[in-house]
Design a protein around this ligand. Structure first.
Ligand code: G6P
Ligand code: ZN
Length: 542
């Protein structure tokens, strides 16, 4: 039976870089999730007769939230919801399922790489029929609906057994429970030379994949171990847990410390990788060599043609503006275009849909292609494995060859987390106010050549997105970007992105932080980060 529940707008339900993310306890407050879900339905013009995909990364409240969303979809007239078994779907697998099944859209329950648990984070994101995160025109309508909501619809019904594959009935709506891995794996098999990777592994190549107790565990075990023959146990932390084993499921050198230690230790395997809470991010490490996400994007762009799915070459590439310019150098050499977009995977959707770009990537450990409309952690791992199998080289050899050919862009991101929002906003606003005066002036030992507030003119739909970060370029090829994170849930996070191009062959093996010291000094001179925030050092350096 459908019931109508009166409600009132709840402040702060504005979707950020990637959906609505809040503390789990906030999401669990009566009406909080319900208000947002009803606002999604209202923002997309209702769900009558529609087919949706639903899944999440398995974090705490994922299972309960799935039942609430199913009842609300049924109450509002959806025809069908396709759900991953146990309400699990990695973000790229959800994107694929939306496209494969021609669904009208989907809901992904995840706060990505943020920790999970009753005291940690939860999130809900809506993806459109192309499989990608809803563009701002849609999220703005959803937000507007949260501000005027007066009621939501739900159904009085028992929970659906989401562990049972097959079709269930919820009121008049069908709930189809599917294996979360099968369709995704089939897609991967069309893109990559599984035989070549299998032969590489059979020849003694060892790998370690850290699923960080998050959603990629079942995917990685099925693909890397069962199908490609990696030794059992090559996938570690493979069972998704509601609190990710109390870890921080973010694949970077800080949070994937164990993997880094293994890869830099004496018994290191040939290849190491990790993925995040919902399976869209990736980290790549070779024996004794960490590959920055920006470099990974560049290497993948340079070598993608070695995989069957990309044998015809790339139509173009795209990176978020704070991602290093390494991929631009590859694009230039290949005579294809490299687009710079604002941070947030959703900005790649139009370029991919319009066939302007094939590969995309972000410094925040996201890489992907036009095979889905999300970034894809395991896809990046498989493309790397395919490249290593084809080139018959180690990760370190691939990197050195790459730098020798294109130059090395030293890169690092410094994060100042949970700082006072007013201080962060003022820091950015003050710098913004001075941009016109900066070109030609000195900042430490560097000289500013360009300073701009990044705005993106979407070449496909003509939409303009402004104030996406401050980009300062220095004479000699160094660059500094400052922006505030759109995904944090506490105070503000200031991100400072630093890069410097090095072309001298004998300078390719410096420590990144040392190589970037002049840019760090310039950043402090220009933005007074330490003085204003009272912090002596960043919280995280990646
Ligand atoms: C999410 C988005 C990415 C984005 C990242 C960092 O993972 O999907 O596209 O790059 O967040 O966002 P932030 O605003 O925290 O820098
Ligand atoms: Zn993620």
């Amino acid at each position: 039976m459908t019931t109508t529940i009166a409600t009132k707008p709840i402040a702060g339900q504005k979707p950020g870089t990637s959906g609505l993310r809040k503390k789990t306890a906030q999401f669990m407050q009566p009406g909080y999730l319900e208000n947002f879900v009803q606002s999604i339905w209202d923002g997309i013009g209702g769900v009558i007769g529609k087919t949706l995909v639903l899944g999440g990364d398995g974090r705490f409240f994922n299972d309960r939230a799935a039942q609430i969303i199913l009842r609300m979809a049924a109450a509002s007239g959806a025809a069908k919801v396709i759900v991953g078994q146990n309400a699990l779907l990695s973000t790229p697998a959800a994107s694929h399922l939306i496209r494969l099944r021609g669904a009208d859209g989907g809901i992904i329950m995840s706060a990505s790489h943020n920790p999970g648990g009753p005291d940690e984070d939860f999130g809900v994101k809506y993806n459109t029929a192309n499989g990608g995160p809803a563009p701002e025109s849609v999220t703005n309508r959803i937000f507007a609906a949260t501000e005027s909501i007066t009621q939501y619809l739900t159904l009085e019904a028992d929970d659906i057994d989401l562990s049972a594959l097959g079709t269930h009935q919820l009121g008049a709506m069908a709930v189809e429970v599917v294996d979360p891995v099968t369709d995704y794996q089939a897609l991967m098999e069309t893109l990559f030379d599984f035989d070549a990777i299998r032969a590489l592994i059979a020849g003694g190549f060892q790998l370690r994949f850290d699923a960080m107790h998050a959603v990629t565990g079942p995917y990685a075990v099925a693909i890397l171990e069962t199908t490609l023959g990696a030794a059992p146990g090559s996938v570690v932390n493979a069972v998704p847990l509601p609190d990710f084993g109390k870890g921080h499921p973010d694949p970077n050198p800080v949070w994937a410390r164990d993997l880094m230690d293994t890869m830099f230790g004496t018994a290191a395997p040939d290849f190491g990788a990790a993925s995040d809470g919902d399976g869209d991010r990736n980290m790549i490490v070779g024996r004794g060599v960490y590959v920055t996400p920006s470099d990974s994007l560049a290497v993948l762009a340079a070598n993608a043609h070695l995989a069957p799915g990309y044998a015809g070459g790339l139509k173009g590439v795209a990176r978020s503006m704070p991602t290093s310019c390494a991929v631009d150098l590859v694009a230039e050499a290949k005579g294809i275009k490299s687009y710079a977009t604002p941070t947030g995977w959703k900005f790649f959707g139009n370029l991919l849909d319009a066939g302007l770009a094939t590969l995309c990537g972000e410094e925040s450990a996201g890489t992907g292609s036009d095979h889905v409309r999300e970034k894809d952690g395991l896809w990046a791992v498989l493309l790397w494995l395919n490249i290593l199998a084809a080139r018959r080289q180690s990760v370190a050899e691939v990197m050195h060859d790459h730098w020798a050919e294109y130059g090395r862009v030293y890169y690092s991101r410094h994060d100042y987390e949970a700082i006072d929002s007013d201080i962060a906003n003022t820091l950015i606003a003050d710098l913004r106010g001075r941009l016109d005066t900066l070109p030609g002036t000195a900042a430490g030992a560097l000289t500013v050549s360009k300073a701009a507030d990044f705005a993106y003119d979407d070449p496909v739909d003509g939409s303009l997105t402004e104030k996406q970060g401050i980009e300062i370029t220095f004479e000699g090829g160094a660059r500094l970007v400052l922006r505030l994170s759109g995904t944090g849930t506490e105070g503000a996070t200031l991100r400072v992105y630093l890069e410097r191009l090095e072309v001298q062959r004998d300078q390719m093996d410096q420590d990144a932080q040392a190589a970037l010291a002049p840019v760090v000094t310039a950043a402090e001179a220009l933005a007074e980060i330490r003085t204003r925030t009272g912090r002596t050092a960043p919280d995280v350096m990646t």
